[in-house]
Design a protein. Sequence first.
Length: 462
Amino acid sequence: MKIADKNTKAVDLVREALEKAKKYEEYHCFISMNESHALERAREIDEKIANGEKVGRLAGVPYALKDNYLSREGVTTAAARMLDNFPSPITATAVAKLEAEGAIMIGRTNLDAYAHGSSTENSYFGPTLNSHDTSRVAGGSSGGSAVAVALGIVPFALGSDTGGSIRQPASYNGVIGIKPTYGTVSRYGVVAMASSTDVMGCFANTIEDADLVMRIMAGKDPKDSTTLDDFWTRDLEDAKPKKKKIGIVKDFLGNGVDEEVKKTFLDYAKQAEKAGFEVEEIEMPIAKYGLAIYYIIQPAEVASNLSRYDGIRYGHRAAEITDLDSIYNKTRDEGFMPENKRRIMIGNFVLSSGFFDAYYLKAQKARTLLIKAYDEAFEKYDALLCAVAPAPAFKLGEKVNDPLQMYMEDVMSVPPSMAGLPAIAVPAGSSKSGLPIGVQLVGPRKSDQVLLNIAKSIEESK
Ligand code: GLN
């Protein structure tokens, strides 16, 4: 990516990004633009450079921010009516770190409301269109960010990934998507979805750019007690895999997986062999239960996290209310999208005293088995390879009224999330009709940079 210096003006970098955003308006990547702030910050950076002052590692680099990150510049909507006029009182740690290095947010990107979804169609503001075919979905929930990077509007964009929200749109738009180890980047100042699996990551067009952005955002934050000590500190070439062995999860190659996805995936595996890796099929029967585990635990956490939106504390409040119950009920009815309500209902159901043991508790036990299965696999392999989603981007409107079909999208992306593992999505090819297809590499906790190193060596062996 281009960084501002004596010969490259930050103002030009930002202007160019803003112009591109305008040119590609029909894709609906952005919910709001940050034009005047962005240009002001760019001028400040140019002035510093002119005065010979030190500037950061991302000086003048324009980026796009998923609209569930809080930043004092503008409003954070989470693509929900509930927050459609919510001026952020704080700035997320991840955003503050990027800004301290000179990165400049040009706009806030579209998502499924509260990050619930796999297509960006659950946004209160309407869907984002796929970068390669405007009749298809962008993927989700971080669809706006993925498309903004795929169209070259910005060199990187932030996303959040609870069960695939960075990896799946990355795969659908042919860009790199990083879902780091749970706890790598602070969650402070990001609208919570499911707190035990929410992670903050990024989209980029090159592995080096993604590595740099993650390196800057990673690290311990006293404001988020689940953050890990900073481990994202190596040069990529020093993060070599030790075993040089990759496992292919056989359970994700069966029925229901699109033939072109299978072929692209197997070609990538062959390429990994060319790059010097031993590639073996492994069985992980528990992996296919990942989806069931996720769609119990995640809504339980969603129901808890969304209980704060009550029309009293902050956010939307329904008009002409006469009593307390109606404030809660009408506000929540108006403020949430149908998918948000569905998850609140499922979550409260699985947590209710009569069903807790049968659903929530059982899902937590199964989650432990899943974590163990991964740990065992990583005794033998540096990484596991699988597709990101069962098929390339689907048509707008095709699944939005069929929640189960939509949830099936996540079958391959949720297992690493439930285990807190790093997973990176990289472009691997495309369908005959030109739709991008990605694959994901999943590794043990804190092996994020090793995964990038592996992806790089496979890319270079082509
Ligand atoms: N598609 C998944 C869901 O709807 C994942 C969403 C996410 O990672 N935020 O839950």
